[in-house]
Ligand binder design. Structure first.
Ligand code: SF4
Ligand code: SF4
Length: 280
């Protein structure tokens, strides 16, 4: 079965994966395991790379929000793979998760050998740096897999130096700030303006030497076409208004509704209008 899962992942273009006994994982949401009827067994962890060439240009969106929503990709991928596994191994149970997972995915991915744990709090792979989504297939089958030691990153500290939260510019992570509902304080608004962020923040990933090296080598870019299609790097109020509900629902920022990203765009556009007025 391990060979078959590997083949299916490789056929989908996913080449960064590993296996782990379920008992090596930290179970954070046991009810999700209950729901799929798996109490012990194994986990196949995989990293889905999403960084595209479009992300190299000017943008006011985090790189993960430039293409279509990765949840759509994960749904498609997991349905395909689970269909095959359930047909070929009818005696076993399988379930797939990403994000809303029963296990601590980042720790499990490190234990499965996918990468190191960065000081920026992210799982960093050699090939794609931290620009990956984590996903997993959990099964009640016992696969031959041993957990590896968890390794930290090289600890250069560049991510902390550049982080507006660590340097005290804002009390929250800028990425969370751009996703927060309701009114923001004047200082929070000015951080969003300063970093020109309508959604998310990539600062601690961009400066990371693992990212810099992966970009130099050219391995940073996703081979998955899904993430290079329908990319949008610079969002504006006008473009957002033109998006119908179906188009909007395909975007990673849609889960918060239109209001939050509209507020952020209004902040950026107000700044741009002021800068224009002040230029000679
Ligand atoms: S995403 Fe931005 S604000 Fe959040 S930890 Fe990284 S650099 Fe800091
Ligand atoms: S920037 Fe340096 S300290 Fe931060 S995650 Fe990358 S390697 Fe680790």
């Amino acid at each position: 079965m391990k060979k078959r899962i590997s083949e299916l992942l490789l056929a989908a273009g996913i080449d960064c994966f590993g296996f782990l006994p379920l008992e090596a994982c930290s179970i954070q949401k046991p009810h999700l395991l209950e729901r799929c009827g798996v109490h012990c067994g194994s986990v196949a962890l995989f990293a889905i790379p999403y960084y595209t060439r479009a992300c190299d240009g000017a943008r006011n969106l985090s790189s993960y929000a430039v293409g279509k929503d990765y949840h759509l990709y994960f749904k498609m991928l997991s349905e395909q793979i689970l269909d095959v596994l359930r047909t070929e191994f009818p005696q076993n149970r399988f379930a797939a998760f990403a994000d809303h997972s029963p296990i601590d995915e980042r720790r499990a991915a490190a234990l499965a050998g996918l990468g190191v744990i960065g000081k920026n709090g992210l799982l960093i792979t050699e090939k794609y740096s931290s620009y990956v989504f984590l996903g997993e297939i959990i099964t009640d089958a016992h696969l031959d897999a041993l957990p590896r030691d968890i390794s930290p990153c090289i600890g250069c500290g560049a991510c902390h130096k550049v982080c507006p939260q660590k340097t005290g510019e804002c009390s929250d992570c800028l990425s969370s700030l751009t996703q927060r509902k309701g009114e923001l304080s004047p200082s929070e608004e000015s951080v969003i303006r300063k970093y020109n962020s309508a959604w998310g923040c990539d600062l601690c990933q961009e400066v990371c030497p693992y990212t810099v090296n992966a970009k130099k080598r050219g391995t940073l870019y996703t081979p998955l076409d899904f993430f290079s299609e329908e990319t949008r790097t610079l969002l504006s109020t006008e473009l957002l208004t033109q998006m119908d509900d179906e188009a909007f629902s395909k975007r990673a920022y849609s889960w918060r509704g239109r209001e939050v990203i509209s507020r952020n765009l209004a902040l950026l556009e107000k700044r741009n209008a002021l800068t224009k007025d002040q230029s000679p």
